[in-house]
Design a protein around this ligand. Structure first.
Ligand code: GLA
Length: 378
């Protein structure tokens, strides 16, 4: 997809030329899962599966068309309220709702073309938010820095879309850097960019099973974590230790105990992963990713049989350094790190193993770490 192609698509739909084009990446998380709403560490990368959005300011309401998902519900950027917009355009509408506190917005005609797989847990929603964020920011001269734009994207998810998500997706999508993953402290929002070693590929291993019931189960996990931190007497689970958890285990239900038993070590695994990546200690990377998956499966209970089968198939494939489910879970995709020199054998073997275990056809895409959301045409 190029900015010429998105321009043509725009002309087909609106019979006018767009004046702005923005690009935004999807994201994949290497490790640190469900830690972001607990003040912890995450390790995502923006990826080269992304979207382009072409736009033209308009006097009429904002109207949007997506090549993949069709017409969005129209809305007025300066007045739209939540529950008013049911289609995919609730993401741009929610961004408008969050941005207009900074300054008045013009409405936009917009066309979206994306190769971010939908329902795979690689943040097509954050990409939409950040793409429209940079469009309005640029066009209306709002002067918002990428970090603040990410926070406004989270505000849109939490206050407008109604998912109590953390900050990882928007930060990765706004602030990704080509060739690097980002070690992010979600409390201080400090980022350490970590180059992906040349000999490794990041592979998105899509189960083909779309994520299901995500919003309600996700919000439930979040409140379970809040309950655990309340019992442990810490502001967030990031501040707790396993010793504290053992001391208080009698005061909490088994479910709450197991949620915390995922969270506390997952945070430590994320830190350890950063060190192992720096040392190019591939064995350690693999061990940490596997532990993360098993903990998400057994204690946090956000995996599913397809994600388990895909991880297992990846672990058993030649050239695999590590693999685990990525994103919120309940379907979607796994992330694998595989040696570049055996990438074809790895993908073939993993997909065959997955098919043998489930009867389903998965998909593997080797990704590169990409730059964050930006204006590509003035
Ligand atoms: C979703 C949320 C993120 C994060 C992950 C799980 O992608 O949007 O904030 O919580 O799930 O790690």
């Amino acid at each position: 997809m190029t900015s010429n192609e998105i321009g043509e698509l725009f002309v087909e739909r609106f019979a006018q030329m767009p004046t702005l084009v923005a690009a935004a990446p999807g994201r994949i998380n290497l490790i640190g899962e469900h830690t972001d709403y607990n003040g912890g560490f995450v390790f995502p990368a923006a990826i080269d599966l992304g979207m382009l959005v072409a736009a033209l300011p308009t006097q009429g309401p904002s109207e949007m068309y997506s090549k993949q998902t069709g017409e969005g519900a129209p809305f007025r950027a300066n007045t739209v309220e939540k529950d008013e917009c049911k289609s995919w355009s609730r993401y741009p509408a929610g961004m408008a709702w969050a941005l207009r506190e900074i300054g008045p917005l013009d409405d936009l005609l917009a066309v979206v073309d994306s190769d971010i797989p939908l329902g795979s847990g690689v943040s097509s929603s954050a990409a939409l938010e950040m793409a429209f964020g940079v469009l309005w920011n640029h066009h209306c001269g709002l002067g918002i820095q990428p970090k603040e734009l990410a926070l406004l994207g989270q505000k849109c998810e939490n206050g407008f879309v109604g998912v109590q998500s953390g900050i990882m997706d928007q930060m990765a999508c706004a602030m990704g850097r080509a060739g690097c993953a980002m070690f992010l402290d979600t409390r201080s929002l400090e980022i350490r960019y970590a180059p992906i070693p040349d000999e490794l590929s990041i592979v998105l291993c899509d189960t083909g099973k779309p994520r299901a019931l995500t919003d309600s189960a996700y919000n439930e996990r979040r409140s379970q974590c809040e309950e655990a931190s309340c019992i442990l007497g810490v502001p967030m689970l990031r501040d707790a230790t396993l010793e504290m958890l053992e001391q208080s285990s009698a005061q909490m239900s088994d479910v709450i105990y197991r949620r915390a038993r995922h969270l506390i070590p997952e945070n430590a695994r994320c830190l350890a992963f950063a060190g192992a990546l720096e040392r190019a200690d591939f064995a350690e990377l693999g061990r940490l990713m596997r532990q993360s998956h098993e903990s998400l499966r057994d204690d946090y209970e956000v995996s599913c049989k397809e994600l388990d089968a895909m991880s297992e198939a990846a672990w058993n494939s030649p050239g695999c350094v590590g693999a685990r489910m990525t994103g919120a879970g309940f379907g979607g995709a796994c992330v694998a790190l595989a040696r570049k020199e055996s990438i074809n054998e790895f993908c073939e073997s993993m997909l065959a193993g997955y098919r043998a275990a489930t009867g389903l056809v998965g998909e593997a895409s080797a990704c590169r770490a990409a730059d964050g959301a930006r204006i590509v045409e003035p």
